[in-house]
Write a protein that binds this ligand. Structure first.
Ligand code: M6R
Length: 615
């Protein structure tokens, strides 16, 4: 949630830290800060709000800086203590010689704080992070070695942390440590980096080392030493990042979200590539590392995820049950982890996550692993912590997603579920050949149909303008598009702050219909040719009878729809079972344009973070 970047080396330290923080900006934050080693001193700069404020502050005070040689930077998403200057990172010990930035939550910080207060430490903030600063300084007083001081301190911490520490008396050394929060070291020539995520360093190097829980890194200009919690040195694998820096540019679009929506046809081509060759060949999904004989007998799947990934999981349930006849439970990770589940060694547990760093899902996955379940991870970040826990890993290859609102990663997850469901059906022999061929045919055609939607956004823009002043929305559908309704509503509320709810159309009359009047638009997703169209249409008539404004998202050419609906948004003809891969796109665009009309911060909506690394 917070972002961390540290640098020691030959480049302009302020620029490197600033660029790194800018590339982590999408994760969401409320304040920012840097600690710079300069002229034998450690100088701290902090500002509230956007990074530009930190830039302006540094610009205004640049005469104070001679030649910084190392530094750590941070963007904060408040957990303990409100967003304020005093709570912004870096934090210091009482004498100010030691500085720290931190991502995560320290659960026992109150007890530690009590002890440190008794020892005479002066606390200035309400954060849990400041406790770590005092703790490390206290340990340093006796150990006289920063690495040892950090090691002794983290042994006392409960909770989650990725920390970077510098000390005035230990020039140009950054010590990093992590547990349940991501951290990596990146290697350059006469320079090294430490960061919470790869975008922070991608401009400079692709060589990275991922730290595991309880590992400690000592980073200097020409050396990186990594040890375990007992101090034993570890030789780690250097990985080469697959991303290009261009992935972090808007490439002419006004917002990352719009760019990412438009990337979806290519993202889908990417996901299908190498897995779906033609309509006559079986799906190739070698990523699923379970023996085919076991898969044939598999009768229980649990999918765990959060937010948008949870909505993709709901579509996955529908598809796997429909295609392969295997019973699937879907649950929000945050619920799964606090109850007795029926997960066992014969359950296939699927974790879905764009970031691969969502704390609740990681905890859920660890719990499932402890029950000896086979864990399959579907993620956009094969370099993530979650990916490293996987027994089977399906990387969705959507490319870096910068906008906080997930769009292309959702499409990529959806397509991965189509492939998985077909793969299971092919192994189990549950679908007839002609039906399988028709589904594969539709999947192959998908990218060009989405391109058609993207080349005709005017009706969606007009609809957005017409409805941008409404305060409440209901999105309805049935069957395979119910999860699309949930996702459409989530997109709208997270970037425009309009109250929107996704609802099973048949459930309207069991309560929500009481809310309907001319102030509550109802958006219905209805795809003809399947089993739900007529039913949804009747539900819309019920809403119309209560004076609700109606919007249809449909592939129907029926001109009579215009007499029922206030607005009809049309998509290309599509088989109902495949349609969620298209219907999600106009809903993303509708949310985008409404937020745009309302002047909202589309890519970084308030209170949200791109990856939620705390429970
Ligand atoms: O990285 P994950 O997919 O695990 O993240 C889960 C949710 O936090 C995420 O989908 C969130 O709901 C997005 N803001 C949705 O746009």
């Amino acid at each position: 949630m917070c972002g961390i970047v540290g640098y020691v080396g030959k480049r302009d330290v302020v620029s490197v830290l600033f660029k790194g923080l800018t590339n982590l900006e999408y994760r969401g934050y409320d304040s920012a800060g840097m600690a710079l080693r300069d002229d034998g001193e450690i100088k701290i700069y902090k500002t509230l709000g956007k990074l530009i404020n930190l830039k302006n502050e540094l610009e205004a005070r640049k005469s104070e800086l001679k030649h910084p040689t190392s530094g750590i930077g941070h963007i904060r998403w408040a957990t303990h203590g409100s967003p304020s200057l005093v709570n912004a990172h870096p934090h210091t010990c009482s004498c100010g010689k030691l500085v720290i930035v931190h991502n995560g939550i320290i659960e026992n910080y109150k007890e530690l704080r009590e002890e440190l207060l008794k020892k005479g430490c002066t606390f200035r903030s309400q954060t849990d992070t400041e406790t770590i600063a005092h703790l490390v300084a206290d340990e340093y007083a006796s150990a006289k070695n920063l690495e040892t001081a950090v090691r002794n301190s983290v042994k006392k911490l409960q909770g989650a942390y990725a920390v970077c520490v510098m000390h005035k008396d230990v020039p140009d050394v950054i010590v990093g440590a992590r547990k349940h929060a991501p951290m990596l070291v990146a290697l350059g020539e006469d320079e090294n980096f430490i960061a919470s995520d790869t975008p922070a360093i991608i401009e400079y190097t692709k060589k990275t080392i991922y730290l595991e829980d309880n590992e400690i890194a000592v980073v200097t200009k020409d050396r990186v030493r990594i040890t375990d919690i007992e101090g034993n040195e570890i030789i780690k694998k250097v990985e080469i990042l697959p991303w290009e820096p261009a992935a972090l540019s808007k490439q002419g679009y006004k917002h990352f979200m719009l760019k990412e929506i438009h990337e979806q046809p290519d993202v889908i081509r990417n996901v299908l590539n190498g897995k779906l060759y033609d309509i006559d060949s079986p799906i190739i999904l070698n990523e699923v590392k379970i023996d085919k004989e076991i898969l044939k007998k598999l009768n229980k799947i649990q999918i765990i995820a959060c937010g948008t990934s949870l909505h993709a999981a709901l579509s996955g349930k529908y598809l796997i049950e429909d295609f392969a006849g295997i019973s699937v439970d879907v649950e929000a990770s945050s619920e799964y982890i606090y109850r007795k589940t029926t997960t066992d060694e014969s359950t296939l547990v699927i974790g879905v996550s764009q970031s691969g760093e969502t704390a609740d899902t990681i905890t859920a996955i660890k719990q499932a692993k402890a029950k000896n379940s086979h864990v399959l991870i579907i993620t956009n970040r094969p370099d993530s912590n979650m990916a490293r826990l996987a027994d089977s890993l399906i990387p969705v290859n959507a490319g870096i997603e910068v906008s906080v609102a997930a769009t292309k990663s959702y499409s990529a997850q959806l397509i991965s579920f189509y492939l998985l469901a077909i793969h299971l059906a092919e192994i189990k022999g549950t679908l007839n050949k002609e039906y399988l061929k028709s589904i594969k045919h539709e999947l192959i055609k998908l990218p060009s149909k989405i391109e058609e939607v993207l080349s005709n956004v005017e009706p969606i823009k007009t609809c957005a303008k017409k409805f941008s002043s409404y305060k409440n929305f209901i999105f309805i559908s049935r069957g395979i598009n119910l999860s699309t309704a949930y996702e459409g509503a989530l997109k709208l509320k997270e970037i425009s702050y309009i109250n929107a709810t996704g609802y099973a159309a048949g459930e309207l009359k069991h309560g929500p219909i009481a809310m309907l009047d001319e102030t509550m638009p109802v958006l219905a997703i209805l795809i003809p040719g399947g089993i739900t169209y007529e039913k949804i249409l009747s539900n819309c008539e019920e809403a119309k009878a209560r004076n609700a404004k109606l919007i249809a998202l449909t592939s129907s050419n029926d001109k009579n729809l215009e007499s029922i609906f206030d607005v009809v948004i049309r998509i290309p003809e599509i088989n109902e079972i495949i349609s969620p891969a298209i219907t999600c796109v106009p809903l993303q665009l509708l949310a985008y344009y409404i937020a745009e009309y309302l002047g909202k911060d589309v890519d970084q909506p308030r209170n949200l973070a791109k990856s939620v690394t705390v429970e």
